[in-house]
Design a protein. Sequence first.
Length: 512
Amino acid sequence: MGARVTASSNPLRDPRDRRLPRVPDPCALVVFGVTGDLARKKLIPAVYDLGNRGLLPPGFVLLGFARRDWDVGEFESLARDAAQQHSRTEFREDVWRRIADSLCFLPGSFDDNDAFDALAAKLIELEDSHGIKGNAAFYLSIPPPAFPMVLEQMERTKMADNAERGGWRRVVVEKPFGHDLESARALNTLVDKVFTAKDVFRIDHYLGKETVQNLLALRFANTLFEPIWNSHFVDSIQITMAEDVGIGGRAGFYDNAGAARDVLQNHLLQLLALTAMEEPVSFDAESIRIEKLKALNAISLPDDKSRYAIRGQYDQGWLAGQRVPAYRDEKDVPKDSRTETYAAVRLGVETRRWGGVPFYLRTGKRLPRRVTEIAVVFKRAPHLPFDATDTVELGHNQLVVRVQPDEGVTLRFGSKVPGSAMEVRDVSMDFLYGESFTESSPEAYERLILDVLLGDQTLFPRNEEVDASWRVIDPLEEFWADTEPHSYRAGEWGPAEADEMLALDGRTWRRP
């Protein structure tokens, strides 16, 4: 992909300088299930964008493995279309040609020993033809039930053995990480049997978003926020992931998972951990993981789950001027389904910093708009030297980190209204990534694939984090197992019971 000057090749630059472009060693990225939606819409475009930015090494190979009886020409056609339609950066023919020259495709099913033997032999062949030096990352873009068979084939062929080829071998596992704590532990045991812990990358694409990473910079690079980031000043924290879409063609997966397993267990609890964690001793993977795990292990569930753990299911309604069907009328959804499409819960984080501060988490489909944000709501000033009528429109100060869309940060505070009278009302100060930086933010998969090839595990949850998350979700699922979800119309912000949950505490949901 063209030589680049890196920290190790430039004696005038400090190798610890994180501003330098990081380019992986020559390697292969093997994508199982390369013809699926995830590969076409996210993974292949991310590889193209990395190549367009000069971040792929000379000797990089993208190797697709799928059941289709294709040759490499047909795979190149699919990959080219994917890059043209879904890449973030401008499509350039010269960049694509360099990537296309290193495309490989092998057909086969997961129970086909000959196909996996051919894959192992192909990787050895690439050591000579492309100089990958035994380095390969395996991306399991496949349904979780297929994981065991693929991992067993990799163990049988010694494709996962670092010592065998003298390079590194890594695996990328997509969420969901199991269905509950027991199945998550079984999956972790299986993965750890084949790969060493440092070579396992459990991908949660939300952690690759620029604004999620900016949360750490916001907290720990500034003296402005950290002194008030605690129960003395913070009234509550609301973490929201709202979607305006339905389930699309994912009924088979979604009806067995639901909102809590699909979003709460991973995305939102990871955001909670980053919000609640203590300052790490350094900005490396292990130090950050240690602090995140402490926060996850400190989570407490509400005693009264009937009032503080709410789930709902969308009914028919109007959204963006169109009438949309109820969840139970979606294609392939059982008419008597009790799967939740909305979940909201009040959690606590039992640490000295956060004791007594409620963390309200909510997620749902068919809500009014698509938004993911973390809202830190501060306590009111203990004394206001104004008449009550002067501050009728003054609310709580808020710091809102917007993860998507319109990535940025909003600070909401009180200010005097111009005029002769003393009137104080809320105003907002906005920081937008798109306006403050000339370089656009990379897509989450772009950043995460690069980190996998570099061996940087900072943004990837480890076994213990997955276990801690399931210990929060399993009791909720057990409580909800025999209950009907509350109903809400498509286009509303969830069931009325979710509003009542906050009203019990004298609070209201923030309307993004």
